[in-house]
Design a protein around this ligand. Structure first.
Ligand code: AMP
Ligand code: ZN
Length: 474
C-alpha cells in the first residue's frame, strides 16, 4: 500500500480508496495556450507515476484531469493568433496530447474542458449566492466572500495575520506569481464581459461574462467525482490561491469534505528559478528533441528527483539519463533473450503476471512516499544479480517480468541497447566503420580519422568502447 505525504495534514497517509474499490483522483490540467514546458511535465509525469504505482498495487483508478481552455491567457493569445478560442485551444490540446504520449503518460479516463462546463459553473455560483457565500458586484462580476468560510487558508497554512491583509497589499505582495493575481481576500467566480474578451463570453443570471479560473475545477470535480473523492493534485504553485479557492467553493456549495488527500509536486528549476513561461526560461519537449534527446530520457530526468524537492534541470542530467537507460536496456535485453521472448511484455501482462520479485526492496522504497530516486537506486543495485541468477529460462522470465513490473510502475520506456542499434545500420556503413576500427587498431590514425569524417558526412556517428564500436544515427 502506497503511503504519500498529504499537504493538508502534513503527514504521510495511506492511499486507500474511500469506496474500497477505485481510487478516484483529480489533477489540475494544462492551460492550453502554447506548448507545455518540461516544468509542467514534471508535475504531469509525477502524477502519472502516482497512478501507475496505485494500479500496480492492484487498485484501479479513475483519473480526471481538466483542460483550461478559457482564461485571460487563452483569450489574449487566441486573439493575437487571429483564431477563434476553440480553434486555438484545440490546436494546443492536440500538441499537449502528443507530448503526453511521447512521455508515456497514461491518458486520464475523463478530460473535461472548462468551456464545455459553463452551465455547471453557473449552477455552482447560484448555490454559493443562495447560501450567502458569494455576491454580485454592480458590474455583473460575482465574488466569493472569503470571510464566510472559516476554514479558508488551512491547506496553505495561512496565518490569520496574512488573511487580514487587504486585497491591495496582498496583491502587491504576490504580484510576481501569475497564479496569485486574484486578491488574497474575495476572488472572482464570474467575470463580467470586457471589450478585450472579444467574442468570448456567455450569458448568465448576472449578465454576459465568463467563469473565473478557480471555479472550473470545483464544478468538474462535482460532476465527475462527486462531493468526496480520494486525492487532488497539482504543482506547489497551485496550493495558494487556486486549491484554497477550490476548497472554499466546493465545501460551501456542497455538504462534502472535498479531497481526502492533497499531493503537490515541487517545481522544476532552471538556474535557481522556477521554469515558467512568464520568466522565459523554459524548455519544451521539442527543444530537447532538437538537441538530440529522446522523450524517454526527458521522462527519466523528470522522475529522477524526489517529487517533494525542487529539481534543477541541466543538459548533463539528460546525458546521465541516457547512460542509465542503456544500462537498464542491456539487462532487459539479456533477460528477454534468455527468457525466449522477442518483444517487451504488454502492460496488461506485466500487471497480471509480474511481481517485484528480486526488486522487492526497490518496490517497497517506491511505496514510501513515491521515492523514485530511491527505487531506481534499488534497481541498479540488483540488475547484475537479476541477470547472473537467470541461468534457466523460467528464472530469466521471472526476473524479466519483475524488471518490467518496476519499469511499468515508473513509466520508463527503454531504448534499443546499443548492440541492437548496429543491426539497423546499412551493411556498407557497417563495413566502413569496421575499416575505421581496424585502422585505429593498426594505429593508422590518418585513415581512421578520414573514415570517421566520411561516416559523419553520411549521417552516422561512431561510439567507441573498450570492447568495440557502435554506429548510431547522427
Ligand atoms: P498550467 O498549464 O500553467 O496551468 O500548469 C499546469 C501544471 O504544471 C500545474 O499543476 C502547475 O502547478 C505545474 N507547473 C507549472 N510550472 C511548473 C514547474 N516549473 N515545475 C513543476 N510543475 C509546474
Ligand atoms: Zn484546479
Amino acid at each position: 500500500m502506497l503511503r504519500l505525504h498529504d499537504t493538508l495534514t502534513r503527514t504521510d497517509k495511506e492511499v486507500r480508496p474511500l469506496d474500497g474499490k477505485t481510487l478516484r483522483f483529480y489533477c489540475c490540467g494544462p492551460t492550453v495556450y502554447g506548448p507545455a514546458h518540461i516544468g509542467n511535465f514534471r508535475t504531469f509525469v509525477a502524477q502519472d507515476v502516482f497512478r501507475r504505482v496505485v494500479e500496480a498495487s492492484g487498485t484501479p483508478t479513475l483519473h480526471v484531469r481538466n483542460l483550461t481552455d478559457v482564461d485571460d491567457k487563452t483569450i489574449r493569445d487566441s486573439q493575437k493568433a487571429g483564431q477563434s478560442l476553440t480553434d486555438f485551444t484545440e490546436f494546443w490540446t492536440t500538441k499537449f496530447h502528443a507530448d503526453c504520449a511521447a512521455l508515456n503518460t497514461l491518458a486520464p479516463h475523463i478530460e473535461p474542458s472548462a468551456v464545455k462546463h459553463i452551465p455547471h459553473q453557473i449552477a455552482m455560483i447560484e448555490k454559493l449566492i443562495a447560501r450567502g457565500h458569494a455576491y454580485a458586484a454592480p458590474d455583473g462580476s460575482v465574488y466569493f466572500r472569503v470571510s464566510s468560510f472559516k476554514d479558508y487558508g488551512k491547506l496553505s497554512h495561512l496565518e490569520d495575520r496574512e488573511l487580514r491583509l487587504g486585497a491591495s497589499e496582498a496583491a502587491s505582495a504576490t504580484d510576481s506569481d501569475e497564479y496569485t493575481k486574484d486578491s488574497l481576500t474575495d476572488f472572482a467566480l464570474w467575470k463580467a464581459r470586457k471589450p478585450e474578451d472579444g467574442p468570448n463570453f456567455w450569458p448568465s443570471p448576472w449578465g454576459e461574462g465568463r467563469p473565473g479560473w478557480h471555479l472550473e475545477c470545483s464544478a468538474m470535480i462535482l460532476e465527475y467525482l462527486g462531493e468526496d473523492f480520494d486525492l487532488h493534485s497539482g504543482g506547489v504553485d497551485l496550493i495558494f490561491p487556486h486549491h484554497e479557492n477550490e476548497i472554499a467553493q466546493s465545501c460551501c456549495s456542497t455538504h462534502g469534505h472535498f479531497a481526502a488527500h492533497w499531493f503537490h509536486i515541487a517545481h522544476l528549476m532552471v538556474d535557481g528559478g522556477k521554469m515558467s513561461k512568464s520568466l522565459g526560461n523554459l524548455y519544451t519537449l521539442e527543444d530537447l528533441k532538437a538537441r538530440g534527446y529522446t522523450a524517454s530520457e526527458v521522462r527519466y530526468v523528470l522522475i529522477s528527483g524526489h517529487y517533494s524537492a525542487p529539481l534543477n534541470f541541466t543538459m548533463h542530467s539528460l546525458d546521465s539519463a541516457r547512460q542509465a537507460l542503456q544500462k537498464l536496456s542491456k539487462t532487459e535485453h539479456s533477460l528477454r533473450t534468455k527468457a525466449g521472448a522477442t518483444q517487451p511484455p504488454s502492460r496488461d501482462e506485466v500487471l497480471k503476471h509480474g511481481t517485484a520479485g528480486i526488486f522487492a526492496d526497490a518496490w517497497s522504497t517506491l511505496l514510501k512516499d513515491l521515492n523514485v530516486p530511491g527505487a531506481l537506486g534499488g534497481i541498479f543495485s540488483k540488475i547484475k544479480e537479476a541477470d547472473q541468477t537467470a541461468t534457466d529460462a523460467a528464472t530469466a522470465k521471472t526476473n524479466w517480468l519483475s524488471l518490467w513490473f518496476m519499469l511499468e510502475a515508473m513509466g520508463i520506456t527503454l531504448p534499443l541497447p546499443e548492440s541492437e542499434v548496429v543491426a539497423d545500420v546499412p551493411a556498407e556503413i557497417q563495413a566502413l566503420a569496421q575499416q575505421r576500427w581496424d585502422a585505429k587498431a593498426a594505429k593508422d590514425w590518418a585513415t581512421a580519422d578520414a573514415l570517421r569524417k566520411q561516416l559523419e558526412a553520411d549521417g552516422w556517428l561512431i561510439k567507441d568502447s573498450k570492447e568495440g564500436f557502435t554506429v548510431v544515427k547522427k
